[in-house]
Design a protein around this ligand. Structure first.
Ligand code: FMN
Length: 235
């Protein structure tokens, strides 16, 4: 049977270096329709801190016109890959600025039921150190958006460019991307929520019951039945 998955890669850099290559290798091995955006080329705004999204809706964000194609592509994907090179031990600025725009998607604000059918991967490469904190920068959002399964892939490549990567490290990249691609394909098609986001959902549900309601979050939960028996991952 031919296996087609809707794959979206959002690159935290606009060049096609080691990180982009590793992310593309993984996507190709999973197999499917692959769509890509590059930051800052395809979205170059920083959050203004105006709170419009929290007070009203993300669609009222002053940057929504530029953000909308990427937001729609995320919601439409089955596998989302975010990648970034390590820059001073963290994800590149354009990726962080992009993710800042999705605070309302976090489980503690307005959970997105669409996330329950997705898998995601945070990919990073560094010369030698900072892969863990960089994949964590991206995985924090992927997990707190409620994506069902979130994987982390970091490589120390001892290189500034793909053609400088030593063979033994390339072999390790091939091996790890093979293994993760198999896992992603095996886990395709289900619904659910990762444990971290689920825990925060229940903490927030408790807060909604015992503290003064914060709108519009409270009304959104009420409308969706999440103060009752319904849950974002099976509604
Ligand atoms: C501004 C800047 C900061 C960097 N910071 C780190 C770092 O903190 N740790 C590290 O090991 N490599 C660091 N590097 C090296 C890159 O992370 C590494 O070469 C990476 O594989 C480049 O990926 P790319 O080819 O996708 O750009 C830095 C590179 C740049 C340009």
């Amino acid at each position: 049977m031919v296996f087609i998955m809707k794959i979206l890669i959002i690159h935290g850099q606009s060049h096609e270096g080691s990180t982009c290559t590793a992310a593309r290798e993984l996507a190709a091995k999973v197999g499917g329709e692959i769509r890509e955006f590059f930051l800052p080329r395809d979205f170059n705004r920083s959050c203004l801190g105006c709170y419009t999204c929290f007070k009203t809706d993300l669609s009222a964000c002053p940057h929504y016109k530029e953000l909308e194609p990427l937001a729609t592509a995320i919601l439409d994907s089955e596998l989302l890959i975010l990648d970034s090179p390590v820059y001073v031990y963290h994800a590149a600025g354009p990726m962080m600025s992009f993710l800042d725009h999705f605070g309302t998607w976090w489980m503690v604000h307005r959970p997105m039921p669409e996330m329950s059918g997705k898998q995601a991967v945070a990919v990073s490469t560094a010369a030698g150190g900072g892969m863990k904190s960089t994949v964590r920068d991206m995985a924090d959002s992927l997990e707190m958006w409620g994506i069902r399964k979130v994987y982390k892939l970091g490589f120390g490549v001892q290189a500034a460019k793909p053609d400088e990567i030593p063979d033994r490290i390339l072999r390790n990249i091939h091996k790890k991307t093979d293994k993760l691609a198999r896992r992603i394909r095996k886990n395709a098609g289900g619904r659910g929520c990762n444990g971290r986001a689920k825990k925060w959902f229940y903490l927030m549900r408790f807060a909604h019951r015992h503290f003064p309601p914060m709108e519009p979050d409270y009304g959104y939960w009420e409308k969706n039945g999440w103060h009752g028996n319904k849950r974002p991952w099976n509604s």
